[in-house]
Design a protein around this ligand. Structure first.
Ligand code: GRF
Length: 271
């Protein structure tokens, strides 16, 4: 029997991926339980979904932390050396030092609070499900150690195509004939971490953005839950490619069958 993992789910919006975890957890098809839901925005529907399922919820006031960082970054006592962090971060690209360091300081303040809130629930994994904030190495290094990758993300495109915040829009407007979804481990770049699993869906000639998004989301729910089950059953191995990239191997003998099932699901709403 696979171990039940403890998940901290981070989101910013409607939380349909969270709902899929909650439903699957309740029906016993997800070997995990959501132990806390964290949002960077108050009042979002994802928080409501957590409350309805009696899961503790927390809101991190990113706005206030970012403002404090912007105003006080030179005076703040931070839990990390800001300039050293700036040397390794890959998410903020402003050339204006004060602007960049101020933003980084604000992120550290927000992340420090988030780490404290999240760790009180002793999660095994941090699961990003529509969390629209960039995470700094301060947060990521707290959870990722060596080959222990503990922060997962789902991205609505076939990475490395279309990184960033508009995966479905970019897929639709580019005119590709297949879209995709990617579950990956979060590293210090934006949508660049080791790819865990991917699935593709067709783009039909009469699709609009909403029909494409609906098809992709159905696939997201299936792929994300499966990835968590693979982690729960220990069927995941990390290795290093000859080019120095961390790669993820899935050891499940049913892997080919599962890929085929995803393809069937992806094509099941042909219009
Ligand atoms: C999903 O499309 C996910 O891939 C992306 O953000 C969206 C979140 O949707 N990262 P929801 O809040 O789970 O409905």
């Amino acid at each position: 029997m696979a171990q039940k993992l403890r998940l901290a789910v981070l989101l910013s919006g409607s939380g349909t991926n969270l709902q899929s975890f909650l439903d699957r957890s309740a029906s016993g098809t997800l070997n995990a339980q959501v132990v806390v839901v964290v949002s960077d925005r108050p009042g979002v529907h994802g928080l409501k979904r957590g409350e309805l399922a009696n899961i503790p919820t927390r809101v991190i006031d990113y706005g206030a932390h970012l403002e404090r960082g912007r105003e006080d970054w030179e005076r703040l006592e931070l839990p990390v050396d800001l300039r050293k962090l700036d040397e390794v971060q890959q998410i903020l690209h402003f050339s204006d030092d004060a602007k960049r360091l101020g933003r980084l300081a604000g992120l550290v303040l927000a992340e420090d609070e988030m780490i404290r809130q999240v760790d009180a629930f002793q999660p095994d994994y941090i699961v990003l499900a529509g969390f629209m904030r960039l995470l700094s190495p301060y947060f990521l290094r707290h959870y990722n150690r060596g080959d222990m990758w503990r922060v997962l993300n789902i991205h609505p495109s076939l990475l490395p195509a279309f990184p960033g915040q508009r995966g479905y829009e970019d897929t639709f407007h580019y005119g590709v004939k297949w879209g995709g979804v990617t579950v990956h481990f979060a590293d210090e770049g934006e949508d660049t971490g080791p790819i865990f699993a991917q699935a593709v869906y067709p783009v039909w000639p009469n699709d609009d953005l909403e029909s494409l998004r609906r098809r992709g989301l159905q696939l997201e729910y299936a792929v994300y839950a499966q990835c968590i089950n693979w982690l729960a059953s220990g069927q995941v191995r990390f290795s290093r490619s000859s080019r120095g990239r961390t790669t993820v191997e899935i050891l499940d003998p049913k892997y080919p069958e599962i890929l085929k099932a995803w393809s069937v699901l992806a094509c099941s709403d042909e219009t």
